[in-house]
Design a protein around this ligand. Structure first.
Ligand code: NAP
Length: 501
């Protein structure tokens, strides 16, 4: 009655691949990675809209143990990230563990057999001793229910379902949304279309992007002298860390730095946009950091072009040939681009139904009791389960800092379990409560609670108004905890059959 797998991982993005690498390191090599898409890479597989690139410099946005000396630019384009994901999967033998086009319906802890049973769409079930979900934060695309959207007669494209062969040339297009995705896409679209209207509900803080190609000699230096790239990574990561820790997490103590970032973004806007009214419309009225700021040297400039218009009236309805705003004005379009982001809090925590001990439903429990996870990774009543995209798990600006901290947490947790000769673990309720209390206290200093975020409409906040996504610690602290959390925060047990109570 042993389970089929040591572990079942859900998601073949960078998080799931990191988990797979760590499982191999721990000797739990009989695992499967289930992926709903038809290839690996997560976000970097799904997203391929024009202009896609990282906006965390590539030396930092990559695994520290698998540096890529050959990034073509400081901020690599999306296709290089996808290629890098393929390289990592091949080098670490992950691809043969992956099952694509596999949609997970749910997972249930089997208390009797002490393993997880995972149900797939189509009816198949799989069993694994451990369950790891790496389903991403931004993986459930959101389309607002605009009245009349189904009647639209032109082309609708969501940025997560871009059709590479769709030609924008000569089109009368609208982009709805002004998040990080729109900031990358709008300059590209503006170059091709005949008319472009950008529908903005909430402006975004945009700071200059210090981007440049990485010349071949520097790439060769990084390849020959890895320490040089490590130094570049350390310098960049430290800068990002300072911005995050001082400007966002310690907003109360360092308001000036936060205001300085906003001033930089305003100066950038002033330098790039001629029309005063457009500048005013593009200026956020919430504090820097309340919602994720972005980087671009091209976005603002687009609004100087005669064929581009910024529309700030709210959308009332969509008609077959256009968008009608609250002031009664109709913008005629033939192409509707939805840069409307993702639904995090209704459908993504968790992304699939997870039923733990005593029939506890994780999604319901989170909604009834506040979103929470010990160290952003484990939850009481969910034995042998690692939720890699949990509330309060995202640490630092680059997702890789979170991934690698979680790999370290796995190392310490499983190491202790093996040392004791056990096969099950579960975090204690007391440890979980303590962690939730700590993050709640620390968030009091952050821009989310100390600043003015009222008009930000930020996905950092959940439906209860809690900023429950980012972990309010420096990445150094997060990594220190990952290798040093008290082992008494977990209980361990023997696997095998349990006599039903
Ligand atoms: P987003 O930041 O959630 O932006 C969605 C946009 O759609 C917002 O401007 C939002 O307006 C608008 N919107 C949603 N519903 C609307 C409605 N009913 N009416 C009018 N407007 C509506 O999504 P995103 O731009 O896809 O970016 C999501 C995240 O992905 C980023 O924050 C970033 O973390 C990541 N990302 C990273 C990169 C990169 O690193 N290269 C690139 C792209 C994205 P409101 O603000 O008013 O809600």
């Amino acid at each position: 009655m042993a389970p089929q797998f040591d572990a079942i991982v859900v998601g073949a993005g960078f998080g799931g691949m990191g988990a797979g690498i760590e499982l191999d390191r721990l000797g739990l090599s009989n695992y499967v990675i289930l992926e709903r898409e038809d290839d690996l890479g997560g976000t970097w597989h799904v997203n391929h809209y024009p202009g896609l690139a990282v906006d965390i410099a590539s030396v930092t946005y990559s695994y520290s143990f698998e540096p890529n000396p050959y990034w073509s630019r400081l901020f690599a384009p999306g296709r290089e990230l996808k290629r890098y994901a393929g390289h990592v999967a091949d080098k670490y033998g992950l691809r043969r563990r992956m099952r694509f086009g596999t949609v997970v319906d749910g997972a249930r802890w089997d208390e009797h057999a002490q393993h997880w049973t995972v149900s797939l769409a189509g009816g198949e079930t799989l069993t694994g001793r451990y369950l790891l979900t790496a389903t991403g934060f931004l993986s459930q695309p959101y389309t607002p229910p605009f009245p009349g959207i189904d009647s639209f007669a032109g082309k609708i494209l969501h940025t997560t379902a871009w059709e590479d062969d769709f030609d924008l040339t000569g089109r009368k297009a609208a982009v709805i949304g002004t998040g990080a995705t729109a900031v990358q896409l709008v300059p590209e679209a503006a170059e091709r279309v005949a008319e472009l209207t950008v529908f903005q509900r909430t402006p975004i803080w945009v700071v200059p992007k210090v981007d440049t190609p990485i010349p071949a000699p520097v790439q060769q230096l990084f390849a020959k002298v890895p320490a040089a790239q490590r130094a570049a990574r350390l310098a960049n990561t430290s800068l990002l860390e300072a911005i995050m820790v001082v400007g966002v997490l310690h907003y109360k103590q360092a308001k000036l730095l936060n205001k300085g970032a906003a001033a930089l973004a305003k100066a950038h806007l002033f330098a790039q946009v001629r029309d005063k009214r457009t500048r005013e419309q593009l200026t956020p009225h919430y504090d820097f950091g309340c919602k994720r700021p972005t980087f671009s040297n091209r976005y603002f400039k687009v609004f100087n072009q005669p064929h581009v218009r910024l529309e700030t009236n709210s959308i009332e309805r969509i008609e077959p040939d256009g968008i009608v705003t609250a002031d009664g004005h109709k913008t005629e379009i033939d192409t509707l681009i939805l840069a409307t982001g993702f639904n995090l809090w209704d459908v993504n925590f968790p992304a699939v139904e997870i039923i733990g001990r005593d029939g506890v439903d994780l999604g319901k429990w989170w909604r009834d009791n506040r979103f929470q996870a010990y160290e952003g990774i484990t939850v009481p009543k969910f034995p042998n389960f690692l939720s890699l995209n949990s509330p309060y798990s995202y640490s630092g600006l680059s997702y890789f800092t979170t991934i690698e901290a979680q790999m370290k947490h796995m190392g310490r947790l499983f190491g202790e379990m093996f040392r004791r000769g056990e096969q099950t673990f579960e975090v204690t309720a007391a440890a979980n409560d303590r962690f939730l209390g700590e993050v709640t206290d620390k968030l009091g200093d952050s821009v989310f609670y100390g600043g003015d975020c009222a008009s930000a409409r930020s996905y950092y906040f959940n439906q209860h108004g809690e900023a429950a996504l980012l972990r309010p610690s420096s990445t150094v602290t997060t990594h220190r905890h990952a290798v040093g959390f008290p082992l008494t925060d977990y209980t361990f047990g023997a696997a095998g059959m349990k006599t039903p109570a």
